[in-house]
Design a protein around this ligand. Structure first.
Ligand SMILES: [Zn+2]
Length: 275
């Protein structure tokens, strides 16, 4: 139930956010039935409940840490039994969000290593993550957040795929949260650097957006909200947009968006060290 509500909210928010987006190529085939999660009709009918604090995640503000270790934690959204979105989309049958997030994350991991960063992946899609305390092998933001916070990475990126009832909604959306219990105030400038790098280097369907969704209760947004390190949740495209969907399952495009994200992270750290 929670999951359905969460997805309903995500779908509705995606719809609202999509309103401002123009320039997407229109779909060329018969519209797929709207995904179930997007049938929550009106935004005002969806009551946003405050998200529960993450298990094991304290609100105690650690001392301000400005490390220059360049350790990046990469979180491939969903995985294992949790497919994520992808039903009633333009993905080929059997392809889901979890496949795309893992592929992009693997390319991002390599792109960051190539740029001299140290990296940590929250999971590799194959081995049961050590933080899977409840044994469900499902997307559990609280478990992931506790694991991520224990790594003391300098920056965290969680990769996801978007879905919307509006087939014209397209492009990359970056969500960050600059709140008082972050180690530093990097969340916004890092997100903007990634946005710029993606727009500079990746073939995209719409200008990338970067927003602070502080008011959103969707548990996906728990990752940018609750991690101690500055972080972003990047929806790398819409499986419900025909052009995005083709890109999202294309290895070259996956590599390209991963390189764009890595480029943005590198620009941000370079600027931090040599302003
Ligand atoms: Zn997701």
């Amino acid at each position: 139930m929670d999951r359905i509500l969460r997805k309903a909210i995500a779908g509705t928010m995606a719809l609202l956010l999509a309103a401002a987006v123009t320039g997407c190529s229109r779909r060329e085939k018969t519209p797929a039935p709207a995904p179930e999660q997007n049938q929550a009709s009106e935004a005002e009918e969806v009551k946003l409940e405050p998200a529960e604090p993450a298990v094991g995640v304290g609100r105690i503000m650690p001392a301000v840490v400005v490390k220059k270790n360049r350790t990046i934690c990469i979180d491939p959204g969903h995985g294992f039994y949790d497919n994520g979105t992808g039903e009633a989309s333009y993905f080929p049958e059997g392809v889901y969000e979890k496949h795309v997030t893992l592929a992009v994350s693997n390319f991002l991991n390599q792109a960051l290593i190539d740029r001299g960063f140290d990296t940590i992946m929250t999971h590799n899609g194959t081995d049961i993550p050590e933080y899977d305390w409840d044994g469900n092998w499902i997307f559990n933001p609280n478990e992931r957040i506790a694991f991520i916070n224990a790594q003391e990475a300098d920056y965290v990126v969680s990769i996801h795929v978007n879905a919307a009832g509006n087939p014209d909604a397209c492009g990359v959306r970056i969500y960050y949260n600059d709140n008082s219990y972050k180690w530093n105030d990097w969340a916004e400038p890092a997100a903007l650097a990634i946005k710029e790098a993606i727009d500079d280097t990746v073939e995209i369907t719409a200008p990338t957006t970067a927003d602070d969704p502080s008011s959103m209760a969707d548990s996906n947004f728990a990752i940018p909200r609750e991690t101690h390190a500055a972080s972003s949740l990047i929806e790398v495209g819409f499986c419900t947009n025909v052009v995005d969907a083709v890109n999202l399952v294309n290895e070259e495009w996956q590599k390209s968006v991963a390189n764009g994200i890595a480029e943005g992270i590198e620009r941000f750290f370079d600027n931090l060290e040599n302003p």
